[in-house]
Design a protein around this ligand. Sequence first.
Ligand code: ADP
Ligand code: MG
Length: 697
Amino acid sequence: MLTNELQLGEFQKRALNNIGIKTVKDLLWHFPNRYEKFAAASAIADLIGGTSATISGKILKTKIERTWRKKMTIAEALLSDGTGEINLVWFHQPYIAKMLKVEDAVAVTGKIQKNKKGLYIANPVYEKINPDAIKIDRGLIPIYPETRGLSSRWFRFAIRKILKKILEESGNLEDAIPDFILSRYHLPSLKTALVCIHAPKKLKDAEASRKRFAFEEVFAIQLYRIKQRMQYDKQPCFTIKTEQKSIEEFLSHFSFGLTNAQKEAVNRILADFQKKSPMARLLEGDVGSGKTVVAAAAVFATVKAGHQIAYMAPTEVLARQHFKTFTEYFKPFGKKIGLVTSSECLKFPSKVNPGKATHISKSQLLKWIASGEIPILIGTHSLIQEKVKFKNLAFVIIDEQHRFGTNQRQKLAKKSVAPHLLSMTATPIPRTLALTVYGDLDLTLLDEMPPERKSIITEIVPPTQRQRAYEFIREEIKGEHQAYVICPRIAEKTDSKSLISLTMKSVKSEYEKLSKKIFPEYKVAMIHGQMPAKEKEKIMNEFRDGKTKILVATSVIEVGVDVPNATAIIIEGAERFGLAQLHQLRGRVMRSCHQSHCFVFTESNSQKALSRLKFLKEAKNGFELAEYDLKFRGSGELAGKKQWGISDVGMEALKNLKMVEAARTEAQNILASDPELISYPLLAEKLSSQNSEIHFE
Ligand code: ADP
Ligand code: MG
């Protein structure tokens, strides 16, 4: 279809394909990212050689010449605007002479040059215009994102051609957004919006159109998510009755009292457990806000009522850590806990040594899970393997859920009786985004830190002061504390000659340097994703037990690792990490009442990178950082498309809470009165083409 309309060549087709444009519709939805005003035309009589100018006028003469020695064609045109005449010259572009005819009106931009014959412009950019438009303001020129081989100008002409044809043929375009919503929020119709986004007279019109498309995108995602939730809610689930007293008894074993936010979160979850539909809740709390304790209380309620729970962690290191924490928490209550990872299986307590965990075979573990003998199962991805069959799985916890795709989440949940679902994340999600991409989850915020926790001191360290940072760490270790050093990569790349590989710090080289030269008196260890699981486990244990003082790591320790005695962290090559990720990393040392420090090193001198890091230094919590990222990342480089399946225009909506809330209200209302969208066939069609698999990070 696209090919027929535009008579595309193979090259152009491929270029379009590469940026995901396959249909006429895709092309029309390729929006400009800005507009330029066509400069007002100068009078030819006023032109000065050596300056750049835009002029407009009529063609008086055209000529094509071939210099016979150089074998070059020269196309010429004489342009007049009533005040004077000027020669336009194009080299090697014979077709221009065919396209420009005497009497054509054109606008021309280029550098004015002078020779014996007078003024001329070589290879000017030109555009045919309406003769009436000579010298009058002709609106705005859309500038499109370009791709190799297809210029903004190419898009401008191709899109205009198609738009014109469609509008002439179909008169009006069917609009997926119902009229009453358009008029309620003063949004332009689809037809107006398409015209105004591609060929606006005023910037205001273009902005109104972008707003409309932004609204449409967010509205569609919300409809989809809310509809999914309505279906989810229809599934039967276990009602888990809890006695307040037994929960209090469980919590009394902790050395601390819960924060109010934690108490509230526990109550919310327990209330969900009483309902007829399965819970689908997102627990969002900054690193160190104590999500694991909340999860543990809910787990206790579930196993106390005789049901099973599954706890899924994104990495093996973290799964082991949760296993360890849970064995501590549940020891006094004699509950059995299993750990399943791809490399080994553990069971707690061991028959021989009831205070310890013991290795068991996977088949044995699976048997005990199927019989209900083990009520608590902790694991990594291995958990969602088909082979794991539960007797009565009532509750699923997913830690750092943004690491899992929606499908994976549903795979666990898709059983005849749907388990309650609790997703936990430390990734701060701006509210607009939570309402949109997590629109199918209820949200609970842990917006309170455990008391007496000091906020971290973050320093951006210039290279000259590296020694000072090391001395600081030495003092921390003397004071019985520990430290992390994070590097952006595992090893130096020897095969690459690029400058990056020379300057980018690696775990292996930093480990060598720190263990031999800087801190020979202390035990330094390294850990990274390519190590065997057993070794990682051993290294983590030695660090947790305080034998290792400094742990050099990649960002594998990013998610959830909890060693409260570690109080300082050095982050190398910080410009290579996202703000949220940096915050996660420094969160590793915000886990106790000691003052913690984060030293940030960067190889970058770019102003942008530095101001981002400065913001990291000043921001008090992850939410501020998330809002910063949302606000300051220019469109085009936003992670939205990759991370959440949202376009640049859609990301603009996410900066506007009012719009997102309005879209959500409308989506809820429509689905409440017409759950199958029978009166809204275009919306129904839009939803069926929504991509259900959203990838996270
Ligand atoms: P996260 O939210 O990052 O998963 P964790 O649940 O791992 O945080 O808790 C971080 C640390 O804070 C743990 O060592 C935990 O024992 C401790 N903690 C949790 N809640 C409290 C509280 N209310 N008071 C004091 N310490 C707490
Ligand atoms: Mg955690």
